[in-house]
Write a protein that binds this ligand. Structure first.
Ligand code: SF4
Length: 337
């Protein structure tokens, strides 16, 4: 989940939130579960999962309340937050005019050698937060006028999010939730999130298992990722926007184009078009930089070319995917007038 930290700022001046009929009527998915008591029950069950962790597709099976030995995500009982704030670098339908309320979690369940956020995801920079503090963050983002709460790298902190969400909902949280993950999510975690998450935004990083193994140490990534995307789409369907083009509910897939065809774009878009929906909203991203340990792999040690990006967008269109993020079209126009 590449992020744009320079676009993140704090202490924004808050002005009244524009109101439209569509926004007034919207009720996020989790409120019903909160009112019925189911959300609290989900949080309780998720907390138990921490003791034999299967909350992402790593299946470490470690008691995270007692030890970090063998815990791939390096996160124990408490979530670690790197930063939070209104983010204006996300897709238009998430950032709108007041920003997407991002919460950047430290550490990660993936191990990408080219990680675009390695100080956060590999080095774990950030501070531990209790459930009440995470709830405070969500409520502050709502008070700032953000359009949504956008959990970045949430796969390894599903239990902590559920606990905080029940508190925040009780205290008035009403924003839709965005689950912005690397797409390496377990069925167990997604079952706990069913009816909780409004907008799933997974990465689809690879189309081939051998490359997922080599560059992210996830040999089963393609299989896990496709199953996760299928389940996410079953839960929320195609992405729906309000009259003012703000995402409200549904699936939004991100695909970062890597040099030398490493991301397997054709396999990814074929899967989306043929097994999910041709109405899938897709952001084909051109912002790859050879960060972290990418220089150790000559095939990853450069930015992508215009031709590589153009070919990725073209192949998505050739499979009938029409809902490509605006920036895909803009890049097309700018690069290939
Ligand atoms: S969330 Fe994933 S990486 Fe972290 S301990 Fe659980 S199974 Fe392992």
């Amino acid at each position: 989940m590449p992020i744009h930290r320079e676009a993140l700022y704090f202490g924004v001046k808050i002005s009244p939130v524009p109101r439209t009929g569509a926004r007034d009527r919207f009720e996020p998915a989790y409120l019903r579960l909160h009112h019925s008591g189911e959300l609290a029950e989900r949080a309780r069950i998720a907390d138990q999962h921490l003791e034999d962790c299967d909350l992402c597709a790593r299946y470490c099976r470690v008691n995270r309340k007692q030890t970090l030995a063998g815990v791939v995500c390096r996160t124990g009982e408490l979530a670690v937050v790197n930063s939070w704030g209104p983010h204006h670098g996300e897709e238009d339908c998430l950032r709108g005019w007041r920003g997407s309320g991002t919460v950047f979690f430290s550490w990660c369940n993936m191990r990408c050698v080219f990680c675009q956020n390695w100080e956060i995801s590999w080095k774990g920079r950030g501070e531990e937060v209790a459930a009440t503090e995470l709830a405070d963050i969500m409520l502050n983002l709502q008070a700032m006028g953000c359009h949504n709460i956008n959990f970045v790298s949430p796969s390894h902190v599903v239990a902590q999010i559920l606990a905080a969400l029940d508190i925040a909902a009780r205290r008035g949280l009403r924003l839709p939730l965005v689950y912005n993950s690397g797409g390496y999510d377990s069925p167990e975690a997604l079952a706990l999130l069913d009816g909780v998450i409004d907008i799933y935004m997974p990465d689809m990083k690879y189309g081939a298992a051998n490359l997922a193994k080599k560059y992210s140490h996830t040999p089963d990534y393609v299989q896990v990722n496709q199953a996760a995307v299928r389940e996410m789409h079953r839960q929320v369907g195609d992405l729906k926007l309000t009259a003012d083009n703000i995402a409200q509910r549904g699936l939004l897939v991100r695909h970062l184009v890597l040099p030398n065809g490493i991301a397997g774009t054709e396999a990814v878009v074929r899967f989306l078009a043929e097994e999910i929906s041709r109405e899938t909203y897709v952001n084909i991203m051109d912002q790859y930089r050879p960060n972290y340990r990418a220089s150790e792999y000559s095939e990853l040690d450069r930015m992508i070319t215009d031709e590589e990006y153009r070919a990725a967008v073209e192949v998505a269109r050739s499979y009938g995917l029409k809902r490509l993020d605006r920036r895909c079209s803009e890049s097309w126009v700018v690069r290939w007038p």
